[in-house]
Design a protein around this ligand. Sequence first.
Ligand SMILES: C[S@@+](CC[C@H](N)C(=O)[O-])C[C@H]1O[C@@H](n2cnc3c(N)ncnc32)[C@H](O)[C@@H]1O
Length: 246
Amino acid sequence: MADRLFDDAYLAALYDLWYPRPLRDDYDFYLPRIMAAGSVLDAGCGTGTLLADARARGHAGRLVGLDPAPGMLACARRHADIEWVLGDLASARWEGEFDLIVMTGHAFQAMVEDADLAAAMAAVRRALAPDGRFAFETRNPAVRAWERWRPENASTIAGPGGEAVTITTRVTAPFDGRTVSFTHSFTGDHPALPQVSGSTLRFLDEAGLEALLSAAGLTIVERYGDFDGGPPSAQSPEIVVIAGVA
Ligand SMILES: C[S@@+](CC[C@H](N)C(=O)[O-])C[C@H]1O[C@@H](n2cnc3c(N)ncnc32)[C@H](O)[C@@H]1O
């Protein structure tokens, strides 16, 4: 089941206001690769802004966005010149159709169980064209990002109608070597509020990623530690991977 944050229409409409385009250095990393690929699948596309940006920049090929959350996909469907599909990656049945599959905004970490991750990587392998690439990132567990997910770091943003919405994050189950669980509380002067959304994210290290990809017939061809293309290190915030068919 999708997190309430992605499922609920009002909370989904907050997403791009919370993470506006100028803050999305990940999009700056993925967009040139999308523009260079003829057919692209955005797995966990959320509100669809990445593919919409590619289309607006003149991408003339096939663009498909996939997401299991109705709230997020309803936002994406406003862009009528892109194919939007409701579903999760593990259930995807495309065969050899995509030059590039991207998974951004740490959507990869929303796949928690080993069986779901394995099925999702098998679906990626199936959906990729022979020279296709799978590009995604996951937070480097060594830098323990969840230690900053604390109520004192709450942020207040302007909601869709200009109303102030405060978002407070609390870790409910700390890192156990595998996952972190937390809640986002949304408060403010709007009939849809207050709301609480619970999430669990998986944290894999590089060795875990390599094993997962290799079991699915995928191999890492490029790796970075951030969206500026810096090398991976123990301190780098992200593990950014570009994988191909092994
Ligand atoms: C943090 S949002 C990121 C959205 C978008 N990719 C971005 O960069 O803004 C994570 C998205 O992953 C989706 N998601 C969660 N589990 C998924 C799965 N198993 N397969 C595909 N997408 C999934 C959620 O519904 C949500 O829209």
